[in-house]
Design a protein around this ligand. Structure first.
Ligand code: NAP
Length: 348
């Protein structure tokens, strides 16, 4: 059985035909059998020696999944889906070691060096490759009728996959808001995480089910907002790492190693995060800026110039933002805010 009704995806389904299709599907009857000796890709009919996907999930079962890219996201998603009982039929990775690792973690999956070979084995194709590789990869693939393809990028829309479409196929996106650093930690982090999904209603429903299967919650973003949503995610993950790196650099000046800095400043960050959840962001601001302590700000800038000049731009950018928050709260007089801004703008 196919996961999605085959045929012309531009035509609106006839409600009577839909009911008949549903009944046939429930009885496990193939809705578009190929004539003997032929296989079809979209509108193109191929002779019998041409490969054709013969995998079809059963009625009400999740589709057979294939993942392209055995990197951080592809591997963790493969493991999470497989543990959730979704059939992960194949992995395509150009690297034999990554491919073997994936297969050892996802029992029953077949390995391929080329994404195009995987198309013959699966119903739902997940492209978990770098954002920049998506356009060329999608352009090199052509889906079979009844298949769907999604990517996991937060920065790009589903339309980047359109070159791979044929009649009766669908494209979408599945972007988990998780920092995929380690496979097991990522599988655990999927529980309770948010996944931004894109796709037509039918595919979106399937993707929401897929998110739920791995313990996550699906959200659909308003059109045109994905880049902002993703930029916020990048600040929350990579941006926070940059901040921690600067914190650890200053901690070294004070004689702390990285673990020591993480232990003491990490605790302070956790406490601050808890405060923001309880009080809101603006009300949680503490420190010299909201107190108007100009002398302390000057001493910080001097020590940064002397001992950690690489951390200065980040300190300045954060301080500028804190001044704006403090002013917004009415906690900092305009003259004090101006004096602090002048200190921050002073050349090194
Ligand atoms: N990392 C995160 O925290 C995170 C979170 C959410 C979403 N994402 C998104 O998930 C996607 C994958 O990210 P990732 O962190 O998993 O990347 P990654 O760890 O670098 O893995 C990327 C995989 O794609 C394969 N690949 C690279 N270039 C390719 C190409 N030109 N054609 C085909 N395959 C190629 C790689 O090589 P092999 O084929 O050699 O295996 C690798 O297996 C990206 O769109 C990213 O934005 C990432």
């Amino acid at each position: 059985m196919r996961a999605w009704p085959p045929g012309d995806d531009t035509a609106s389904p006839d409600p009577v035909d839909e009911a008949a299709f549903r009944e046939l599907r429930e009885r496990g009857i193939d809705l578009d059998p190929e004539p003997p000796g032929q296989h079809r890709h979209g509108e193109t009919v191929h002779p019998s020696d041409h490969a054709h996907p013969h995998v079809h999930s059963g009625p009400g079962e999740p589709p057979v999944v294939g993942i392209v890219g055995a990197g951080a996201v592809g591997t963790a998603l493969g493991v999470a889906l497989s543990r959730a009982g979704w059939p992960v039929g194949a992995i395509a990775s150009r690297d034999p070691a990554r491919r073997d690792r994936f297969r050892s973690l996802v029992p029953g999956s077949r390995g391929f060096g080329e994404a195009v070979a995987l198309l013959d084995e699966v119903e739902l194709v997940i492209l978990a490759v770098p954002d920049d590789a998506l356009p060329a990869l999608a352009g090199s693939l052509r889906l079979y009728s009844g298949q769907a393809m999604i990517h996991t990028s937060g920065a790009l829309g589903a339309e980047v996959l359109e070159p791979a479409m044929a009649a009766g196929t669908q494209v979408g996106a599945f972007h988990p808001l998780v920092a995929f650093a380690d496979t097991e930690l990522s599988v655990a982090a999927l529980r309770g995480a948010t996944v931004a999904i894109e796709g037509d209603d039918q595919l979106a429903e399937l993707l929401a089910g897929m998110a739920e299967a791995v313990g996550a919650h699906a959200v659909r973003l308003a059109p045109g907002t994905k880049a902002a949503y993703h930029a916020a995610a990048v600040l929350a993950a990579g941006g926070f790492i940059a901040l921690l790196d600067a914190i650890a650099q200053l901690g070294r000046v004070a004689g702390l190693d990285e673990a020591g800095s993480l232990a003491i400043y990490g605790r302070l960050s956790e406490q601050t995060l808890a405060n923001t959840r309880a009080l809101g962001i603006a009300r949680s601001l503490t420190g010299p800026i909201i107190r108007g302590d100009q002398g302390t700000l000057e001493r910080h800038l001097d020590t940064l110039r002397a001992h950690a000049p690489e951390a200065l731009p980040l300190y300045r950018a954060a301080a500028e933002r804190e001044i704006a928050i403090a002013e917004g709260r009415g906690a900092l007089a305009p003259a004090a805010a101006e004096a602090m801004r002048r200190s921050l703008a002073r050349p090194d």
